[in-house]
Design a protein around this ligand. Sequence first.
Ligand code: ATP
Length: 267
Amino acid sequence: MTDASLVVTDLHVEFSGFVAVGGVSFDAHPGEVRFLIGPNGAGKTTCIDAITGLTKGTGSARLGEKELLGKQVHKIVRLGVGRTFQTASVFDELTVLQNLDIAAGLHRSAFSLLRARHGIDPSIEQALAETGLAAELATPAGILSHGQKQWLEIAMLLVQDAKVLLLDEPVAGMSHDERTATGELLQRIAAKRIVLVVEHDMDFMRRFATRVTVLHQGKVLSQGTVAEVQADPKVQEVYLGTAGAATTAAMAVVPETVAETLKLTED
Ligand SMILES: Nc1ncnc2c1ncn2[C@@H]1O[C@H](COP(=O)(O)OP(=O)(O)OP(=O)(O)O)[C@@H](O)[C@H]1O
């Protein structure tokens, strides 16, 4: 839980001279479900990699007063920055509870680890309730549905008391009902935390984003509310291609039509 904001300023990431992220700035605050969208290769995951220390970046990524860039991965985790990956990384052979116990152990003393063997830790109980996994306590993670595995990953971040959750394509491969449940879960956990979602699913973005940053070729193309971003001709051009640019002006006055087009293009 945090009052601090995540403020990314002029973030640059290069791979052997190739500029993957070229001066990206955005911020994310507790209480909003913040989205980072953009076509393939736009630099979305690289931004998250830089914020979490997996990739070297220059510029600034501050959580409150703390600078994250330049810190080692485990130190960034200890500052409360957690992430999920496009492929869920849970221990398939362990139960939901065992996975959560391992996640909770990150901050737990030897004494409390010992105590935890005799009951369910309150932080785990809360995470299970928040993610709707309470009935799956004894289920091996490997037989959870795709959606439940993603929720388990989110629950693991919650028991670690993550203040910032960076989620890379959390609804990819989910059913419609699982997407809805995930969106509602993100709204709940975002009330007191920073939630930044990288997504391709435009319908999901339209339903659950409070603010959106659109990346294209490593730069910020557009930023604002869903309505503002959808009405931005630059965004329409990128998603529809140059052939669609001629119709951009006409479409801009019919945001719902454009939204449908974006949805059809991306789904
Ligand atoms: N380790 C790396 N080495 C070299 N180039 C990389 C590396 N990681 C990413 N890139 C390149 O950087 C660019 C941005 O990649 P990134 O994965 O951040 O895009 P993305 O917006 O997340 O795309 P997608 O939606 O397809 O996941 C791409 O051109 C990609 O090929």
